[in-house]
Design a protein around this ligand. Structure first.
Ligand code: ADP
Ligand code: MG
Length: 595
């Protein structure tokens, strides 16, 4: 059975069991499953935010609370329908997440999780101190939901609504992860430079992910309020947030199903403890916290991937993964191409570029031009400033002084992502790939700036046409570099030299005007180098302009039209390969050894 069919069988089995539970199970089990569904919804947001996006939140219960209080207030004091309550709850949760996200998501390192504790605490405190929200007693007499005149006051009828919502949220998240915004979200971990180099704005990606996760929590809060018909501050405090995080970690941050498994695990355990602990001690509440802390520590030590991680390792070992090697799909219209500038016209002009790192002048007053359809090599001994020069002209690093003109734009000082969107694509000397994403997905990231679909469109699967175009383009670029048959392997499994070539495919997926390559041939074998040379020459024929740093002189001399030589941060010589090779200053710089 294929992996996909196996998964579908599993999902169908879970759906059938869940649908039958209220028919056969007692009301205690139904209520527990309602709680699990609501917990799973919040945990699902955390799997996306923390597991996939890498931003830890210790404040998710606050969003549950905002939504719960919003609908509670509107339906009790204003007498409005719970469905208006739903809109109001989601609006308020979304806006709060937007505001909090804008204030905190730029914080790096440990500051973000710390700040989530701060707002988690303060929002819960707010609920307990506002008169209109009933202070510590909360709000009661919340009306039950009505669907088509049918009251959902009974936990058994609420059960179906909750699990339909959970199912839809899982489907939405699944669609999202297999899409353009999903790839950007998966690309968030490991630094913002890669995303900027494909024209994506990491901050905006993270912000929209944060709002999405908060909206999942908001949905949970709305369901909670109309299920319990009563809200008070304590279920929304930081302790509850930590419990949600524990669900996501216990189930497995790496997979969507982890949210369901984790919510079930934590809530069943909690119920068990609440039955058992009072028999042992009078301080059951405190002991429960200790038990959960111990569980957390054990998980972090022995099962970082949670239950789903363990399961997955086990099934992989038994069956091995049998992904198809290529991305096969019916052909679609290709993504639109840029019109390339006329051969010989000016593409790039660097003028008096300077970069200082403290006292060190890494690039010192360097100027040169690149014309459309040329391959220009930038060479020089180690530490000459070549990579720094590349970082300046791609706006990866800010310049200390000087100008760079790309096509008709002055780009010095512009954000890297904007420059990338203009058609300047690059690779990195220190490879920047996402090792846990497939080759196909890594290359597809390159097409980010050529396409538009956002989270909502992707989650609702309204992006499928564009998505097919992106994957077709990614497969085409993989074929071009000779890795077409390994599309579904993980990028991290490739040798370093091949990873560099994969970066070229990613850059090509952006349909670039100018391709900037930093030591692409390092670590390649002779045959692979020849293939790379052929590819670059073919790109030149197609009208792509190429700027390349490379140490293999034989390779460079045969490839390029012109060379710029740097030494100690300054430009030494510029000219055609034969003239540069003969130049005494160049030979002196290389101590006569390499050239
Ligand atoms: P190349 O690519 O030609 O080998 P680089 O551009 O990497 O050279 O480095 C040029 C000089 O700038 C080196 O002396 C290097 O140590 C220094 N340098 C590069 N990046 C940084 C940085 N981020 N901070 C401080 N010094 C740097
Ligand atoms: Mg370098």
């Amino acid at each position: 059975m294929s992996a996909n069919r196996k998964r579908m069988t599993w999902i169908a089995a879970v759906v059938v069991v869940l649908a039958l539970v209220p028919v056969v199970a007692g009301s205690f089990t139904v209520s527990l499953l309602n709680d699990i569904g609501i917990g799973a919804l919040v945990a699902l947001g955390l799997v996306l935010l923390t597991g996939v996006g890498g931003a830890t939140s210790f404040g998710q219960a606050a969003f549950v609370g905002i939504a719960a209080y919003a609908t509670a207030w509107l339906t009790t004091t204003q007498g409005m329908s719970p469905w208006i309550g739903l809109l109001f709850a989601l609006l308020l949760t979304g806006l709060s997440a937007l505001a909090i996200g804008m204030l905190t998501l730029r914080l790096g390192g440990h500051f973000l999780p710390l700040s989530t504790i701060a707002w988690g605490l303060s929002i819960a405190m707010l609920f307990g101190n506002v008169d209109a929200l009933g202070r510590h007693t909360g709000l009661s007499n919340i009306p039950p939901l009505q669907v088509a005149g049918w009251s959902l006051a009974d936990p058994r009828s609420m059960y179906y609504l909750i699990w339909v919502v959970v199912g839809l949220a899982c489907l939405f998240s699944h669609n999202l992860l297999q899409s353009r915004p999903g790839r950007a979200i998966r690309g968030l971990r490991g630094g913002a430079t890669l995303l900027a180099s494909v024209g994506a704005d990491a901050y905006r990606v993270r912000l929209s992910l944060f709002v999405t996760a908060a909206l999942f929590a908001g949905l949970a809060g709305w369901l909670y309020a109309h299920m319990n018909r009563f809200v008070s501050p304590s279920p929304f405090d930081v302790r509850a947030s930590i419990e949600y995080l524990l669900m996501a970690v216990a189930g497995g941050l790496g997979q969507l199903a982890g949210a369901l498994v984790g919510a079930a695990l934590v809530l069943v355990l909690k119920n068990g403890l609440q039955d058992v602990l009072p028999m042992l001690t009078q301080r059951a509440g405190q002991l429960e916290a200790v038990a959960f802390a111990a569980l957390f520590i054990l998980l972090l030590h022995f099962a970082r991937g949670g239950v789903m991680g363990l399961l997955r390792r086990w099934t992989h070992r038994r069956s091995g993964s049998q992904e198809p090697s290529r991305h096969e799909a019916p052909p679609v219209d290709p993504l639109p191409h840029r019109t390339l500038p006329e051969r010989g016209s000016q593409v790039l002009s660097v003028n008096g570029a300077v970069k200082r790192f403290g006292g060190l002048v890494a690039v010192n007053d360097v100027s040169f031009d690149v014309k459309a359809g040329e391959i220009v090599g930038l060479i020089g001994p180690n530490g000459a400033g070549k990579s720094t020069m590349f970082n300046l002209l791609t706006c990866t690093l800010p310049m200390s002084a000087g100008q760079v003109r790309f096509l008709a734009h002055d780009i010095a000082g512009k954000p890297q992502r904007e420059v990338a969107r203009l058609g300047l694509a690059r690779t990195f000397q220190h490879v920047k790939l996402r090792p846990h994403m497939s080759l196909l997905d890594n290359v597809a990231l390159g097409a980010h700036s050529r396409t538009r679909s956002g989270i909502l469109k992707a989650g609702l699967r309204l992006d499928r046409m564009e998505e097919s175009q992106i994957l077709q383009e990614a497969q085409r670029q993989l074929d071009r570099i000779g890795l077409g048959d390994r599309a579904h392997e993980l990028a991290g499994s490739l040798p370093l030299g091949t990873q560099r070539i994969l970066e070229i495919a990613r850059a090509l997926a952006a349909d670039p005007v100018l391709l900037v390559l930093d030591e692409p041939a390092a670590g390649l074998r002779r045959k692979e180098k020849m293939a790379l040379g052929d590819l670059l020459r073919k790109l030149r024929e197609e009208g792509v302009t190429i700027l390349i740093v490379e140490h293999d002189m034989d390779f460079v001399m045969k490839l390029v039209d012109r060379l710029v030589v740097m030494n100690f941060g300054s430009k030494l010589v510029e000219g055609v390969p034969s003239a540069v090779r003969a130049d005494e200053r160049v030979q002196a710089a290389y101590l006569g050894s390499v050239v």
